[in-house]
Design a protein around this ligand. Sequence first.
Ligand code: CP3
Length: 341
Amino acid sequence: MDKPVLKVLSGGRPERMPIWIMRQAGRYLPEYRATRAKAGSFLDLCFTPELAVEVTLQPIRRFGFDASILFSDILVVPHALGQKVWFVEGEGPRLEPLESLNGIASAIDLERLAPVFETLRTLRRELPAQTTLLGFCGAPWTVAGYMAIGRGGAAHDGLRTLGYARPDFVDALLDRLVQSSIDYLCAQLDAGAEAVQVFESFAGSIPPGQFERWSLGPLTRIMSGVRARRPGARIILFARGAGANHIRIASETGCDAVGLDWHVDPMWAAAHVQPLKPTQGNLDPLALVAGGQALEKGADAVLEKLGSGPHIFNLGHGVTPETPIAHMERLIEIVRSHRIG
Ligand code: CP3
C-alpha cells in the first residue's frame, strides 16, 4: 500500500495532497488534556510508552491524518546527555544552564530513551496502513539555546551573544548535538520511524554571516551522517524563520523535503524552493484559530500556489491550544476535497 506522505518524500505524486499538523497531539484536544492530567509531569507522559502511544494516536483516530508524529519533545536529547530538564506548568521547559561541555556526557545515552523506542515500535504496529510514522529531533542550534541559557524566550539572543563571545564552546556544543542527533535519529528509524523531521525552530535568530556555521553546516552534517548509516532514510527539514535561506536548505543540506513556516509567501516558495525539493507547510496557525474566511483563503492559497508541485499540507508552525476542533475538521475537508491537477 502506498503511503501518501512517503510517496511525496520519495519524489512521487500521490492522488491527493497528504496532510498532517505540527503539534497535532496537544492541548486543543480534550482527550489529550485528560491523558496529560493522568500522567503527572510532561516528561512522564513522554517516557511512559502506554500514554505516549495513546496521545500520539488521538489525533489519528479523530482526524485520520496521513502522518503520525511520535509524541515526545526535542529536549529529551539534553536529558539523555545528562543535563537536568524539567517543565514548569503553564510556562515551558527549564534546564540547568550549561557552562562548559564538562557538564554533559560525551555521547547520548540511548538507554535513557528506551521508552521512546518502545513507543515507536508499538505505534508502527497500531497505525492504519496509509499513515506514515514520523520521528523527530531538534536541530543543534535550536536545542543548544535551551541547553546554554536554560529556558526558551530570549534563549537564542543569549546563545547568539555566546556564539560571538565563546565561539569554541558553541561550536563544540553544536558538534556534540550533531553526533547525538545522528545516533538518536538512526535509533528512531531502527525502532520503526519511516521518516524523520528535524526542527530548526530558531533559524530566524541567526544573522546571515553566521547561518552557515550555526545552522546549515550542522544540519548538513546530520543529513550526511544519518544517510551514511541508513541510506534510505527520509528526512524533512523545518527551519522556522529561514527566509531566503530556504533555497540553501533545499539545495545544500541533502534533505528530502523543506518545511515552510507561515512567513514564507507560497508563490515565492513555488518558484524558488519547490523546484528543488518537495515542500511542507505553510498555513498560518492563527488562520486556523480564527476560522471562516481567514481559514478558507489561507488554505486555498497554499493549495493553489503549492498544489501543482509536490507538497505535504501542514501549518507553518504548531497548532495552538485555543484552536477550535471544528476548524481543524473544516481544514481537513478543504484539503481532502482538493484535487491535484
Ligand atoms: O508535533 C507533535 O505533536 C509531536 C510532539 C512535539 C512536542 N514538542 C510536544 C509538546 C514536538 C515535535 C515538539 C517539538 C518542540 N519542543 C520544539 C520544536 C517545534 C516548535 O514548536 O518550534 C520546541 C522548540 C520544543 C520545546 C518545548 N516543549 C516548548 C517551548 C514547550 C512549551 C510550549 C508549550 O506549548 O507549552 C514544550 C512543551 C510541549 N511539547 C507540549 C507539547 C504537547 C506542551 C506540554 C503540555 O502538555 O503542557
